[in-house]
Design a protein around this ligand. Structure first.
Ligand code: CP
Length: 323
């Protein structure tokens, strides 16, 4: 797999391999405080993080992952403003230049859906054989490495509880119309035949393309407009913020108070469930929920480091833990 642009590129076997590798990385960093098996593996490689939209987790965890593996990192934060995109340069020309300088991995976040596919096509067309494109979020499209860390978190947390990944009930709520993480996650949950309950106001419902995809694959799902119909039966609650920056004026002022998870909602959530959120959280999960053991979203964010390290290793077919 040379470029990582969408969740559909991954199958169960590949995902389980990555989860085992990420878990080895996690154990090595936590228990053994890292070791030279990891820190020198990608010496000589250079990552460029090219972000046209704001980010805390994705950019920093990718850069941290690269540093932990011995890569060097250069970054263009706020690229819309501080790269030559501000002068009208196309994404394709920018990728051609950065790839031409020898970037081994370009981690790209862009406001345009399909931007990473365009960047990957540029690499192919221009003979940039050694440059890998990684989609770090493309508009309302996808965020595949977020989906990897999300499913890795579910895999870890359910394993601790002795619950199988197969056939879980997952309540996915919030702004499902503009959220790219839920789209990427739905493609992966399908591989384990999860039952999905999409919870949102009708104006922010999940896209028809995702529903069609789930229908085509025989996946059970339903849509609800209230929390009560979904929270008590869910093994996993995956909540998201209103993406007001992507909304038109008619939706931007929408009141989503009925879609907040707070202490009252904790009473109807299963004792062995987990509450996830890709973050940033605004007010859709109350801070009072954070210390509940079921609140997994900060653990989930940290898992992003481990899965991204595993992904970088896998781009180069490296596994320091292989027997
Ligand atoms: N979850 C996520 O993509 O967070 P950032 O926007 O902070 O990268």
């Amino acid at each position: 797999m040379r470029h990582i642009v969408e969740s559909q590129q991954f199958n169960r076997e590949r995902l389980l391999y990555l989860f085992e590798l990420a878990n080895e990385v996690r154990t090595t960093l936590i228990i053994r405080n890292g070791d030279r098996r990891l820190s020198e593996l990608l010496i000589g490689k250079v990552m460029c993080t090219l972000f046209y939209e704001p980010s805390t987790r994705t950019r920093v965890s990718f850069e941290m992952a690269a540093h932990r593996l011995g890569m060097r990192v250069i970054t263009t934060e706020a690229a819309e403003q501080f790269s030559s995109a501000a002068k009208g340069e196309t994404l394709s020309d920018t990728i051609r230049i950065i790839g031409g300088y020898g970037a081994d991995v370009i981690v790209l976040r862009h406001k345009q859906e399909g931007a990473s596919k365009e960047a990957a096509a540029t690499c192919e067309r221009c003979g940039l054989k050694d440059t890998h494109i990684v989609n770090a979020g493309d508009g309302k499209g996808q965020h595949p490495t977020q989906a990897l860390l999300d499913l890795f978190t579910i895999w870890l947390e359910m394993r601790e509880r002795g619950i199988s990944l197969d056939g879980l009930t997952v309540a996915i709520g919030g702004d499902l119309k503009h959220g790219r993480t839920v789209r990427s996650l739905a493609y992966l949950l399908k591989l384990w035949k999860a039952k999905m309950i999409f919870v949102s106001p009708p104006e922010l419902a999940i896209g028809e393309d995702i529903k069609q995809h789930l229908t085509d694959h025989g996946i059970e799902f339903r849509e609800e407009t209230d929390l009560i119909s979904a929270l008590p039966v869910a093994n996993v609650i995956y909540w998201t913020r209103a993406q007001r920056e992507r909304m038109g004026a008619e939706l931007r002022g929408m009141n989503l108070d009925d879609f907040v998870i707070g202490p009252k909602e904790l009473d109807i959530i299963r004792r062995d469930a987990i509450i996830m959120h890709p973050l940033p959280r605004v007010d859709e999960i109350a801070a009072a929920v954070d210390e509940d053991p079921r609140a997994a979203y900060f653990r989930q964010a940290v898992n992003g480091l481990y899965i991204r390290m595993a992904l970088l290793l896998d781009l180069y077919r490296l596994n320091p833990f292989a027997p």
